[in-house]
Ligand binder design. Structure first.
Ligand SMILES: [Zn+2]
Length: 173
């Protein structure tokens, strides 16, 4: 029989002393994975299978397979005792401190951004030179040495093509 909370009437989860007990999983070679509510993991990291009584090894949950570097608890100078990276991060943020790793990352990002900007500028400059070289050469404005002839830099007209006072820009009513 299953109650409103989805638990069987005789489920050990119902007893109040089990309220905060962690669930441990063990794997019997014959009967597969079974779960046990306990205060702690047995020192042997084994538990008797409810079906055959064989001692079965503990199955480490995936959530604890990759603990962060402070998982075992470390005393960090001037910060106290921490059991996770995020705790230490919060404390450092509170004190307006930058973590060395973070600063290196920021500098790395900045260097990458600068390199990308330089590459983009160099490409634009090269494209501009190429465009000018072609445009000028097509108009026969280069001399035999590839230099601009004097007439190439002479203004075509004294009137600027575009000015805010240009009649052509005025909206007709
Ligand atoms: Zn078994």
């Amino acid at each position: 029989m299953v109650g409103k909370d989805g638990l069987k009437a005789d489920c050990p989860c119902r007893s109040p002393e089990n309220e905060h007990m962690p669930l441990f999983q063990f794997n019997c070679k014959t009967h597969g994975v079974f779960e046990v509510l306990r205060n702690s993991l047995p020192k042997s990291e084994r538990y008797k299978c409810p079906d055959c009584g064989k001692l079965s090894p503990y199955v480490w949950p995936l959530t604890v397979m990759r603990p962060d570097s402070l998982w075992a608890g470390h005393v960090v100078e001037n910060h106290g005792y921490f059991t996770s990276e995020s705790q230490l991060g919060k404390s450092m943020k509170k004190r307006k401190l930058t973590r060395i790793g973070d600063r290196i990352d920021a500098e790395g990002m900045k260097a990458m951004a600068n390199a990308a900007a330089a590459a983009r500028d160099a490409k634009f400059a090269e494209e501009s030179r190429e465009f000018m070289r072609r445009a000028v050469a097509e108009r026969g404005l280069l001399d035999a040495f590839g230099n601009l002839k004097p007439e190439a830099s002479a203004p075509l007209s004294d009137t600027p093509l575009i000015s805010s006072n240009d009649d052509r820009l005025k909206v007709k009513p």
